[in-house]
Design a protein around this ligand. Structure first.
Ligand SMILES: Nc1ncnc2c1ncn2[C@@H]1O[C@H](COP(=O)(O)OP(=O)(O)OP(=O)(O)O)[C@@H](O)[C@H]1O
Ligand SMILES: [Mg+2]
Length: 305
């Protein structure tokens, strides 16, 4: 029988968020606001899930000496963190350069590259109703074979599997065809519009409904987020036809888009664990993401919800 916890496996990072006061000037200083925060897509989603009151486990890998600090940060919202220390590689670090709506990420994945599927124990899988993975892990930590074995173990334990492809840059580095093949067997695919277009093999102006429907070739359910423009959900019906539903989003002013996707995922997963259908779960994702983009950083507020 499937468990009822959320299990997130993937990256945990030290984020350095840089907001320059104006255009960056080469060869001299540009006054900036610089904040340090714990981050990482999978760890962020875990933190938001805990903040929402869900029971959640997180599995990840950090540099030597950092497990306690990151576990403590995740415990703030009640996440049970299962962190392994890499003897050589440091904790992953990303410099996030925020310029208006645009973000540039300079990424050193560090210890995340050593994440091993054996760290995801059968006991954790059995306690989980949903296993969530991010595409970042496919870059270096999980081979296609390791991912397939993990999916098989999750399914055998009765857990559904969701995946956020995470990065057009990394999908392109990995190779679109290889990426598509590696994620076969995932139950819900949660790309943003750019990732969706790339994975569907469609052009840069393909509309969301077309993209979401095309992605049903890769997974039986698709949740395509399109930033402030909305979300399109798609599902394969029992008779094989596609059901595609566009959902509008109530826009809020964006203070920092970091964590939009991760918090969306948290709301979505929490609702799915509570039995919501795809569209209702996506609406809960939108609600939580609107809170996240209204504040700096990728993690939830310290104060309880
Ligand atoms: N200005 C906004 N107002 C309200 N909601 C927003 C806004 N911007 C983003 N969102 C919400 O955030 C969700 C996720 O955004 P987006 O599609 O950019 O995901 P993403 O690209 O995966 O994010 P990330 O860059 O964090 O990985 C959207 O579906 C939407 O619900
Ligand atoms: Mg994303």
């Amino acid at each position: 029988m499937a468990g009822s916890r959320a299990l997130l496996v993937g990256d945990v990072i030290d984020d350095i968020i840089v907001v320059p006061s104006g255009p960056i000037r080469a060869d001299t200083d540009t006054v900036s606001r610089i904040t340090r925060q714990p981050g990482g897509s999978a760890a962020n989603s875990a933190a938001w899930l805990g903040w929402l009151g869900a029971a959640v486990d997180f599995v990840g890998r950090v540099g030597a000496g950092d497990a306690e600090r990151h576990a403590r940060e995740l415990a703030v919202t009640g996440v049970a963190a299962h962190l392994h220390e890499d003897p050589e590689r440091p904790t992953g670090t990303i410099v996030i350069l925020v310029e208006g709506q645009q973000r540039t990420m300079l990424t050193d994945r560090g210890a995340n590259a050593g994440l091993h599927p054996d760290q995801v124990t059968d006991a954790l899988l059995q306690a989980a109703g949903i296993l969530h993975l991010t595409g970042y892990s496919l870059v270096d930590a999980l081979s296609a074979r390791a991912l397939r074995e993990l999916l098989e173990r999750a399914h055998a334990a009765g857990s559904a599997v969701t995946l956020d492809p995470s990065s057009v840059g990394f999908i392109a580095d990995h190779g679109v065809e290889a990426f598509r093949a590696a994620i076969a067997g995932v139950d819900v695919l949660r790309p943003n519009l750019d990732e969706g277009r790339l994975l569907a093999g469609l052009g840069g102006d393909a509309p969301p409904a077309l993209v979401a429907e095309a992605l049903l070739d890769l997974a039986p359910a698709v949740v395509l987020t399109c930033g402030a423009a909305g979300v399109t959900v798609a599902e394969r019906r029992a008779d094989g036809t596609a059901r595609v539903v566009p959902l509008e989003v109530e826009r809020v002013p964006t203070v920092d888009p970091t964590g939009a996707g991760d918090s969306f995922t948290a709301g979505f997963l929490a609702a799915r664990l509570a039995g919501a259908d795809l569209a209702h779960a996506a609406r809960e994702g939108q609600r939580v993401a609107a809170i996240a983009v209204s504040r700096i950083g990728g993690r939830p507020p310290a104060e309880p919800r």
